[in-house]
Structure formats: structure tokens, C-alpha cells
Ligand binder design. Structure first.
Ligand code: SF4
Length: 424
């Protein structure tokens, strides 16, 4: 068995993930992190096969190994059954005659000093993979200094395409009839006025929430190869929470006085996460969470685990207190042109007074970064002082999100710079 076997032919270098000797023949297994065999894997394995065969190797069995998403990791270091193999030999053999032309075509592009091919951006920039050159290609597009129609959530691209045919490119030029939902009308109004807008009922609704108030956020990690017992590939495992508490209207929470939980690989992490969280949020008062379906699904999954079954009732009670600030903003009605069509917490915060600075180098840039930190902190090769520094940044990052929600609720109750409108 040879891992990462390298071959070179016709200036094309490939590395086969696994080559297995089968008597006088060979079998290749290309290992993919996806949970099924995808159409694009065939072209990939076809190029590999072409080069390996050109080097005189009798390769006659070609397989894709992908992650079996039903695999449950129950015994330490036992990964039997993690990979599922799909035989793609016939599909590869069918496409082998095409490879010569692919190489000929690509050599022109890869030649030293060759011009970039002129390709218009489109669906191929995201499918089957997100192209990492998007910002470079976007910079080459003609600059438009209006308000693009495609910033409308969900329907933007379709509407933009439809109205481009009528030479309308600016959201503000769309007729009322083109805007179907209250949210679309709200976004249109704010950009037309070039001012934040707030539904006239929203400040009173915010005032009516009880006390104490809590602000909560989770970070999770997904592993293709599970490292925590009793988890499956790509389960989103919560390993961190942050909570800020606002005791009463006269109280002013402190960014640095929030509570938090952070663990990486502890075998009792699931239960410790819930027990400490239940203690931090007590039993009364609304718990504000942005895009709460994520946190709710993680809580629901955790109490399904045998180690946490007995916490089901208190966790259900916690869930019943959650108020989703995403729905509050999007459906109950607040929007600022600074949000640029997005209702993510980080974009809302750009429009309101806040002490949270997401642009600070000290904070992570998003949940993806938090996952990378998890992997670094569980890597035995990461020095201890680097781990401590990464853990500190993780805590600050999660606390920033919960404090930003506090700033948001304060602002929505007294939105001094926003124009009042009626969402209905
Ligand atoms: S973003 Fe990537 S895929 Fe899209 S046109 Fe540019 S280089 Fe091609």
C-alpha cells in the first residue's frame, strides 16, 4: 500500500491518495471528505488514472473513498467503517479518451506568461467548489455606485437578472409592485431614504421583555474524522458558550464581566457544557440569541445524549425563554443601509452604537476561525503558550457576540437615528 503515490507524465504531476497492489494489478482509492461520491470526483480520478497508466502501472480498479456519515465513533482509535468505497472504474474508463484534450487545453493556460482566460463570473464560481479568486475577479467588474438589486436577501439575484433586461440596476428604482414581502419593502425604504428605519411598534415590544435579560451564543466544531466519543462525522459539537446578563434597567453590563465555558476534548464536555450553562442563565428572564435555530438544535441534540438525558426538562425550559434577535430585526422591522442586505449580527452591529470592534485583530473573524482554533488547541504539537493565547482570543470573540446583542437591544428600544415606519 502506497500513500500519496506521485507520478509524472506529459508535464502533469498527480498524487494518488492510496495505491494498493493486487497481485500484478493495482487499485487506486481517492479519499474525499464529502459524505457521498460526487460527479466532479470522476474527472479528478480520471486524470490520476491517465497519468498513472501512462507511467506503465497496471491500474484497473478505481474507487472513491468518502466519509460514511452514519459512522458512530464508540471506541478510541477504532475507525473501522468510517470510509465507504464506491467503485468508479467504468465511469473513469469512459472518460479516459478526453484527458489528452484537457491537458492540451490547460497547458496553454498554465504556460509561463499566458494571459488569464476571459470568463464571466457565474454559478461556476461557487459550484462545485467556492473559487478562492472571487475578490480578484470581482475587482475586474465594471464598478457600480448605486444600490445593487441583488443585495435583497434570497430573491436578489433572480430579481436583478429580471430587471437588468429592462435596464434597471438600482434597487431604489424598482417599482413597489416588484417588492413582495414586508422585509423587502423595508430594505427598499431604507435605501431610498438613505437612513435606518424602524417599525413604530418595535421599541415598545423590546421594552415589554422581562428581567433579568440574558444574551447567549455558542461555538461548535465539526470533524470529518470524529475525535470525541459517541459522535458522528460532521456532527456540530458545541464546545464554547458565552452569556452576558443584564440584571435591571438601571444596570449596565460590562463587556469583560460575561460568563463563559470553553473545553476542547474533555470526555464530559457535553454534560459540563449544559450544567454550567443552566447555572449561568438561571430560570427566569428572556435569553436573546441571534439566529437561535442553531443554538436550539445544538441544545436539543445534547439532551438526546445518554449522559445528558436527565437535563431534558431544564433545557426545554431554557429553550422556551429564547428570543431570536435575527427574527426581531428582520421580521419585526429594523434595517439600516449600512447592513447592505445582511441580517447577520456582525452586519447589524455596523449600523448601531457599540463598543464591540469586530475589525480588531484580536478578535476572530467568524465561526470558521473558531473551529480552526479548536483544531489548533487540540493538536499536541501546538505549544502551550500558543494554546493559552488562542483560548483567550476565543473567549473574547464569543463574548463580543453576546455583548453586541446587548448593544442591539439597547439601541432598538431607543433608536435615535432611525426613521419610524409601519411594517404592515
Ligand atoms: S471567481 Fe474563479 S471560477 Fe469565477 S471566473 Fe474568477 S477564476 Fe473563474
Amino acid at each position: 500500500m502506497i500513500y500519496e503515490a506521485a507520478f509524472l507524465s506529459d508535464d502533469v504531476l498527480i498524487r494518488a491518495d492510496v495505491l494498493l497492489r493486487k497481485g500484478a494489478d493495482w487499485e487506486m482509492v481517492e479519499v474525499k471528505s464529502s459524505t457521498s461520491q460526487k460527479p466532479e470526483h470522476i474527472a479528478d480520478a480520471t486524470i490520476q488514472t491517465y497519468v498513472i497508466r501512462a507511467c506503465g502501472v497496471n491500474l484497473n480498479s478505481i474507487k472513491i473513498g468518502h466519509i460514511n456519515k452514519e459512522f458512530l465513533y464508540t471506541n478510541t482509535d477504532n475507525y473501522d467503517g468510517l470510509l465507504s468505497e464506491v467503485d468508479i472504474t467504468a465511469a473513469v474508463n469512459e472518460r479516459i479518451p478526453e484527458v489528452k484534450d484537457w491537458i492540451k487545453e490547460l497547458k496553454v493556460i498554465a504556460a509561463k506568461g499566458a494571459n488569464s482566460p476571459m470568463v464571466v463570473m457565474g454559478e461556476h464560481c461557487n459550484e462545485p467548489h467556492v473559487c478562492p479568486y472571487q475578490s480578484r475577479c470581482e475587482a475586474l467588474l465594471p464598478q457600480f455606485d448605486g444600490v445593487p438589486i441583488n443585495l435583497l436577501p434570497r430573491v436578489g439575484n433572480k430579481l436583478a437578472e429580471e430587471w437588468q433586461k429592462k435596464a434597471i440596476f438600482d434597487l431604489r428604482q424598482l417599482p413597489e409592485s416588484a417588492l413582495k414581502t414586508p422585509m423587502q419593502k423595508m430594505i427598499h425604504l431604507a435605501h431610498t431614504l438613505n437612513q435606518p428605519v424602524i417599525n413604530s411598534d418595535l421599541p415598545a415590544k423590546i421594552s415589554s421583555y422581562g428581567w433579568p435579560r440574558f444574551f447567549m451564543d455558542f461555538e461548535t466544531v465539526q470533524q470529518g474524522v470524529p475525535m470525541l466519543l459517541n459522535t458522528k462525522p460532521y456532527d456540530a459539537i458545541p464546545f464554547q458558550w458565552s452569556v452576558h446578563q443584564w440584571v435591571s434597567p438601571s444596570d449596565k453590563p460590562d463587556l469583560n464581566a460575561g460568563k463563559g465555558f470553553l473545553e476542547f476534548l474533555s470526555p464530559t464536555m457535553d454534560r459540563d457544557f449544559l450544567v454550567s450553562l443552566l447555572s449561568a442563565v438561571g430560570t427566569e428572564g428572556p435569553i436573546f440569541v441571534h439566529n437561535a435555530s442553531f443554538e436550539i438544535s445544538k441544545l436539543t441534540n445534547l439532551v438526546e445524549r445518554p449522559s445528558c438525558h436527565d437535563l431534558k426538562l431544564p433545557v426545554e425550559s431554557l429553550i422556551s425563554r429564547i428570543v431570536d434577535t435575527l427574527l426581531v430585526v428582520r421580521n419585526d422591522g429594523y434595517y439600516s443601509p449600512k447592513m447592505n442586505g445582511s441580517f447577520s449580527l456582525k452586519d447589524i452591529v455596523k449600523a448601531i452604537p457599540t463598543s464591540v470592534d469586530y475589525s480588531s485583530n484580536d478578535l476572530l473573524s467568524g465561526g470558521g476561525d473558531a473551529q480552526i482554533v479548536w483544531f489548533k488547541c487540540t493538536d499536541p504539537n501546538t505549544p502551550i503558550d500558543e494554546k493559552a493565547e488562542l483560548a483567550r482570543r476565543l473567549k473574547n470573540y464569543c463574548a463580543a457576540d453576546t455583548f453586541a446583542m446587548y448593544d442591539l437591544i439597547v439601541y432598538l428600544e431607543n433608536p435615535i437615528d432611525a426613521k419610524s415606519f409601519d411594517i404592515n
